[in-house]
Ligand binder design. Structure first.
Ligand code: SF4
Length: 56
């Protein structure tokens, strides 16, 4: 659920993403998908937000 244009359940610091709330470190989407680019993910760096969209 969005509160003041941000989803307080999804904290995010990726300001380059079109869906970032900008004024605060939250996502503005209702939900996101997290995935991996690795065959056998073992570290934080192996995980990706697959809902990321580069801001224009
Ligand atoms: S879509 Fe993913 S990367 Fe973009 S603001 Fe939301 S959580 Fe962050």
């Amino acid at each position: 659920m969005l509160v003041n244009g941000k989803n307080e359940c999804i904290q995010c610091t990726i300001e380059n993403c079109a869906y970032h709330a900008k004024s605060e470190d939250y996502c503005t989407l209702d939900k996101i998908r997290v995935g991996t680019h690795e065959k056998n993910p073992t570290k934080i760096e192996c995980t990706d937000c697959e809902s990321f969209k580069n801001q224009a």
